[in-house]
Ligand binder design. Structure first.
Ligand SMILES: C[S@@+](CC[C@H](N)C(=O)[O-])C[C@H]1O[C@@H](n2cnc3c(N)ncnc32)[C@H](O)[C@@H]1O
Length: 271
């Protein structure tokens, strides 16, 4: 379906403001999702990206709590997309080494534009390939992901978390920002209502009163997309524990959007 220029522009503004989450970004007739333009707009609208900004900030806060002022850490961004999350950390800690992994060359090309630097490396690989590839034991300090792992089913996620645990150094940290599966139909109804209410409040706060209600079907669109296979938060916290992680917890959750993860702590000596 060919969208009007006005509709495309309006959607880009809403995406940039975080009102439409990235995984529901519309695909345009040329097959792109125009994330570069969205990023440019994001810089203009600034703090209006409320929940996404909050989740990214919490991820960075947890990184700071864990690593303090330690420098030259090695980081891996799984499903980096256009690299916005890594860019956020890179702009604050440029001396770190960043590995950005994604299955899409197009997204990696965008990530390159956003994060290019002497200590940034790009890996074109699917999660499935990553899971079965050779383990780089104890290589990374911090592994993180946003809005990507919900494309895998729980059995793959369990394998992914096990691999992440092995690739982390002792003292390392893993954090995942992602949508999770509600625990019942009723819970889903409430959480989808929260999502709609939040979107409409954000529209109202942005002065877009004429748009209120227009995006009420986004939760159902998200649910109907076969590529979205969210697992429950409880199952994923258990998968993290089973993989060996400690201090496993969910650090923030709003509707179906959560940030959760765990630490790989140094082994205690028996003596
Ligand atoms: C919605 S985007 C999120 C991008 C970025 N992390 C963010 O939060 O803006 C999901 C990304 O995961 C990647 N992805 C999805 N499934 C994947 C898979 N099985 N293997 C590797 N990358 C995958 C997509 O190419 C896309 O760039």
């Amino acid at each position: 379906m060919i969208r009007s220029h006005m509709e495309i522009l309006q959607n880009m503004l809403l995406i940039a403001r975080g009102i439409i989450p990235s995984f529901t970004r519309p695909t345009y007739v040329d097959g792109t999702n125009r994330t570069n333009i969205a990023i440019a707009t994001e810089k203009v609208v600034g703090i209006e990206i409320i929940e996404r900004r909050r989740l990214v900030k919490i991820l960075y806060d947890l990184y700071r709590y864990r690593f303090g002022n330690k420098k030259r850490l090695v980081l891996l961004d799984l499903g980096c997309g256009d690299g916005i999350l890594s860019k956020y950390i890179q702009s604050r800690c440029p001396e770190n080494t960043f590995y950005l992994l994604d299955g899409s060359s197009k997204m990696l090309a965008e990530a390159k534009q956003n994060t290019l630097g002497p200590n940034v490396f790009y890996i074109k690989q699917t999660f499935e390939k990553y899971i079965s590839s050779e383990v780089d034991e104890s290589y990374y300090d911090f592994i993180y992901s946003a809005n990507a792992i919900h494309h895998l089913d729980l059995s793959f996620i369990s394998k992914l978390y096990a691999k992440i645990f092995r690739e982390l150094r002792e003292g390392g940290l893993f954090m995942n920002i992602d949508s999770v599966l509600p625990s019942s139909d009723l819970s889903e109804r409430w959480q989808f209502n929260m999502w709609r209410d939040w979107t409409n409040e954000a529209l109202q706060n942005s002065g877009l009163n004429d748009q209120i209600g227009r995006y009420d079907d986004i939760p159902l669109q998200y649910k109907m997309k076969p590529e979205n296979k969210p697992s429950s938060l409880f199952d994923q916290l258990q998968a993290l524990r089973d993989a060996g992680f400690e201090d496993v917890d969910c650090f923030y959750k709003y509707s179906i959007f959560a940030i959760f993860g765990g630490a790989k702590n140094p082994k205690r000596s028996n003596g």
